[in-house]
Design a protein around this ligand. Structure first.
Ligand SMILES: O=C(O)C(=O)C[C@]1(C(=O)O)C=C[C@@H](O)C=C1
Length: 432
């Protein structure tokens, strides 16, 4: 893999970190904070902090020109009555207006030509990649090298340049700011369940799901060389990894507290950096190798069918096809809450479209609906956003008709992406 690696001469594992500053209402900017003064850019940008900061400034100014509503839930983009059905469902007429076209702040819809003078035409530089672009696809992931997300990035895009980010949100922003071409994010695990944070972020940002990968996850218990199980008083890892190994950890008879950290490989790195002889990490065998730890126990996940599903995100959607199995992910809501759920789901059932996942999250823009029950009091219903994945391509007329029907029953509907299903032959995590 060409990504920042331990053998890189310039830097050891510098994840993109975030410091978000509000420059203008509703506008977030990412700044990069470093662990060291030099940064590794394999393709062109100088290796100094100053070079990188000027690159960030260029990126930030490009984004400032666009005034995208990135930190809105997207609920304004609702049933606009456009005839372009899929685009209307997504709330925009072409995908271009989401990502590239600087909006004309001064112009009005009345076609005033003076105002139109303010319109900045697209130039070739608006379309060209960020300065550090190289021949490899740059893929942002959350964690440090050795994290499962890095392995998922490599599985999705072999030979990509994997870019570590310290938080999920940073991975989204890295793509929005053209620092990365794709983000790869865990969305659900067969044992631990959904990664809710990423469901929320999918709605808050306007990236498109362009693919999925399912990665068998094989966990090991790692400690410093020479440390024995009896010395361990603390086990640290990503909360999902702790959940996936809960029963096995109990069976191992460890008298250890469990502590959540940002990612599995980060836990291993932390132990190595701080020379912690009383702490073990749940992480991959690759993390053990990278950070010089020994494997105290191999394959400690509670079931060998331990698979995490990742989604790949891009600034532009892909064109859906029908010549191979596709999946489509949508999110919707309705003022009447869960009462419409049956109608929505029946739109798929009548057309023989299988659902592969349904998830609900709090509807943060209006979390509670009050129902006045006159003399009895007030019923307070929680409001939800519903996320549904179904097995059909948006190029399939059945899916188009189903969504046209769903649109009738919902007050908000967005297609998050229509993308090829991961059909790799089944092969549980190695070593089981
Ligand atoms: O911590 C990591 O290594 C990750 O890539 C994150 C993550 C997750 O968020 O679910 C990914 C896969 C495993 O399920 C455990 C953790």
């Amino acid at each position: 893999m060409q990504a920042i690696s331990p053998s890189s001469p310039l830097v050891s594992f510098i994840p993109i970190r975030r410091r978000i500053t509000r420059f203008a209402p509703n506008k977030l900017f990412v700044h990069c904070i470093y662990r060291s003064d030099s940064v590794y850019f394999p393709n062109g940008v100088g290796s100094s902090r100053a070079d990188w900061q000027s690159s960030c400034a260029i990126l930030a100014s490009k984004v400032a020109a666009q005034e995208q509503p990135t930190d809105k839930s997207g609920e304004d983009y609702v049933n606009d009555g456009s005839t372009d059905h899929v685009a209307a469902i997504n709330g925009h007429k072409t995908s271009m207006d989401l990502d590239l076209v600087p909006l004309n702040k001064g112009s009005s819809d009345d076609g005033n030509s003076n105002n139109n003078k303010l319109m900045k035409p697209l130039t070739i530089t608006d379309l060209s990649p960020a300065p550090m672009h190289g021949s490899h696809l740059r893929v942002a992931y959350q964690g440090v090298p050795g994290a499962y997300s890095e392995a998922a990035a490599e599985k999705a895009y072999p030979n990509c340049e994997a870019i570590p980010c310290d938080q999920f949100e940073v991975a989204f922003q890295a793509v929005e700011l053209w620092i990365a071409d794709r983000a790869v994010l865990p969305i659900e695990n067969s044992l631990g369940g959904s990664i809710h944070r990423n469901y929320d972020l999918l709605l808050r940002h306007r990236l498109h799901i362009v693919g999925e990968v399912q990665l068998p996850v094989h966990h090991c218990l790692l400690a410093l060389p020479g440390v024995r199980k009896e010395y361990i008083t603390r086990v640290i890892s990503h909360p999902q990894a702790l959940a996936q190994c809960e029963l096995t950890l109990n069976k191992l008879g460890l008298n250890a507290a469990r502590e959540a950290v940002d990612d599995t490989a980060g836990a291993a790195e932390y132990i190595a950096t701080n020379n912690l002889r009383d702490t073990a990490a749940i992480a991959s065998a690759r993390a053990a190798e990278l950070y010089g730890l020994q494997i105290l126990a191999d394959g400690i996940h509670d079931d060998s069918n331990n698979v995490t599903r990742f989604v790949m995100l891009a600034r532009e959607p892909i064109i859906p096809r029908t010549d191979r199995p596709f999946k489509t992910s949508i999110v919707f809501a309705h003022e009447k809450g869960t009462s419409v759920l049956f109608k929505v789901l029946s739109a798929f059932a009548f057309r023989n479209i299988s659902l592969t996942k349904i998830e609900s999250r709090p509807r943060r823009s209006c979390p509670i609906r009050l129902v006045d029950n006159a003399n009895i009091g007030t019923a307070k219903h929680f409001e939800y956003m519903f996320y549904v994945d179904f097995e059909a391509s948006m190029a399939d007329v059945r899916a188009q008709n189903a969504l046209a029907e769903v649109q009738e029953f919902t007050s908000f509907l967005r297609v998050l992406g229509s993308y090829p299903m991961d059909m790799t032959p089944w092969c549980p995590s190695s070593g089981d």
